[in-house]
Design a protein around this ligand. Structure first.
Ligand code: TPP
Ligand code: MG
Length: 552
């Protein structure tokens, strides 16, 4: 007779799950045994956070929920940051946590916290499984809820006595395809009218434009309308940045060079914008009109209140919108004249030999060694702004960054997931010396899995982004510096390779050799963060004047 855990694992197989990431506890041992007898691989990580970041990234890259598993109490609580990462980032993920038996209580309150309650505000659904008979339906529902728009995490708690209970066989619930409705004709007509009336239109690609199902239809819309576009940090790559309509990426909310175009636009077609991102521009009373095109309605915020919404399956809806305006747009390229100026000022000083290396040069050099389909996964730190702003992308989801929860510690695990999914592509994690150390133990997982992965560490011996903000706000320099391990020896102690860059001209050859050598290779390079103030504060303040007063 099957056990509850067999039903759970059969239901996961029914969902096409290939891997479960996690750190099991004794309450998960029946599930571990059922996994041993299944087609699903159990990937152990060295912290539950790593498992959650990997599962969430699987969801982000495939559109199908990634799965992670932990024990009760302490293990489950270590999933909270990963749950929030998936919730804010709209990444489908299923978390399975253990629990003490619910029919008898032989250990009183030992290790018991209300995990289901804890995860209610961090998930789309958080449920305890209370009987074997409901396992197939609950699992089907969990996967469906996690994957449907807006995607996100769900949690199923499986108590150990239900997991170990022998039961009659219960059939799995078959999957069926879900079609998303296309936007209503009236909203398409209204949007078309606004686009036809615009004198200086601009397209913005946001986070939901990067969903695997989004990308084809959006490229078509940009090509057919010939309206120039910019992206948010999480919208990079959906339409090639090499396109002659690319105006830049809004890494700051205002007063960057790209805002010279944004501030002059009279209409912004915001495709897939999700207000969990740090605002790419700030709507004010006198600002441009905004059309919100996405799978779900806009969230109205002080800084984002679109006047028109086109809600539905993004690709097909945009096709219908393009049908209405194609060939009738006389001002499509009105803002294109600003393009050269914006892009050339961004690449300023990106070949300088200065030591330590400037952020601009690091972005430039990384681009040289990453082919168009190669993937960089960023942790969170000051360099994220430089990469978002300066790194040109050609393929969707080739810059994995988190401008939603913006947590430190996800860079390495998300790169590991990309490397597992795309073993033939170059994958690099880009981390600060602070963020890397938050999940550096996953180096062991990466070595054990024999991944090919380069980890680039930008060393300033500080929580640089906060130190920068401290300086910008005129606080004294205090409390934000630290020491580092010898990163080369640290990598070697894991059985990985390690290299230190000692002059700026060495960065490209060191990275190139690291990729060619294969395996896990950590490269550490000192970074000169004086550029943060020189460019992102002084230069922009002097050169970019907003056309309108920003909203309060
Ligand atoms: C888990 C977490 N803790 C704290 C922060 C706040 N924070 C944002 S960036 C940053 C500093 C990052 O330092 P590092 O990784 O060394 O990158 P750097 O800015 O120095 O390049 C901190 C502390 C955060 N985003 N996430
Ligand atoms: Mg740092």
């Amino acid at each position: 007779m099957p056990k509850g855990s067999d039903l759970l694992v059969a239901a996961l197989e029914n969902e096409g799950v290939e891997r479960v990431f996690g750190v099991p506890g004794e309450e998960n041992l029946d599930v571990v045994e059922s996994l041993r007898n299944s087609s699903i691989e159990l990937i152990l990580t060295r912290h539950e956070q790593g498992a959650a970041f990997m599962a969430a990234t699987y969801g982000r890259l495939t559109g199908k929920p990634g799965v992670c598993m932990t024990t009760l109490g302490p293990g489950a609580l270590n999933l909270t940051t990963g749950a929030a990462y998936a919730l804010l980032g709209a990444m489908p993920m299923v978390m399975i946590t253990g629990q003490k038996g619910i029919m008898k209580s032989r250990q009183a309150g030992f290790q018991i916290v209300d995990v289901v309650g804890c995860f209610k505000p961090l998930t789309k659904m958080s449920r305890q499984i209370v009987s074997c008979a409901t396992i197939p339906t609950l699992v089907r529902d969990a996967f469906r809820i996690a994957a449907e728009e807006r995607p996100g995490p769900v949690l199923l708690e499986l108590p150990e006595d239900i997991a170990g209970e022998e039961t009659e066989p219960v059939a799995t619930v078959p999957q069926h395809p879900i079609e998303i409705p296309v936007a209503h004709r009236a909203s398409l007509d209204r949007a078309a009218e606004m686009i036809l009336a615009a004198k200086r239109p601009l397209i913005m690609l946001g986070a939901a434009a990067s969903r695997p199902r989004s990308t084809a239809g959006i490229g078509g819309f940009v090509r057919r309308t010939k309206i120039p576009f910019f992206t948010t940090q999480m919208g990079k790559g959906t339409v090639p940045g090499g396109s002659n309509l690319y105006m830049g990426t809004a890494a700051l909310s205002e007063r960057d060079y790209v805002h010279e175009a944004v501030d002059r636009a009279d209409l912004i077609i915001a495709i897939g914008h999700d207000t969990i991102e740090k605002p790419p521009f700030i709507m004010g009373p006198k600002g441009p009109q905004v059309i919100h095109v996405s799978y779900t309605p806009a969230t109205v915020e002080q800084v984002y209140f679109p006047q028109c919404e086109v809600v539905g399956d993004v690709g097909p809806s945009l096709e219908l919108l393009a049908d209405r305006v194609e060939g009738r747009l006389h001002h499509a390229g009105a803002l294109l004249g600003l393009r050269e100026g914006i892009l050339s000022r961004i690449t300023d000083r990106n070949k300088e030999d200065r030591w330590p290396v400037t952020p601009q040069r690091i972005v430039h050099d990384v681009r040289q060694v990453i082919p168009e389909d190669g993937i960089i996964a960023l942790d969170n730190g000051m360099y994220k702004i430089w990469f978002a702003r300066n790194y040109r992308t050609y393929v969707a989801n080739t810059v994995l960054l988190d401008n939603a929860l913006a947590t430190m510690g996800a860079g390495l695990p998300s790169a590991m997931m990309a490397s597992i999914l795309y073993p033939e592509r170059r994958v690099m994690a880009v981390c600060g010396d602070g963020g890397f150390m938050m999940n550096s133990q996953e180096m062991e997982t990466a070595v054990r899995l024999k991944l090919n992965l380069v980890i680039l560490i930008l060393e300033d011996s500080a929580y640089g982004m906060i130190r920068w903000k401290q300086a910008v706000d005129n606080f004294p320099d205090f409390g934000l510096t630290f020491g580092n391990p010898d990163f080369v020896k640290y990598a070697e102690s894991y059985g990985a390779k390690g290299s230190r860059v000692t002059k700026s001209g060495e960065l490209i050859p060191t990275l190139e050799a690291a990729f060619k050598g294969g395996g896990v290779h950590l490269v550490v390079v000192p970074i000169d963060y004086s550029e943060n103030k020189r460019v992102l504060v002084d230069e922009l303040r002097a050169k970019v004047r907003p056309l309108q007063e920003p909203a309060e």
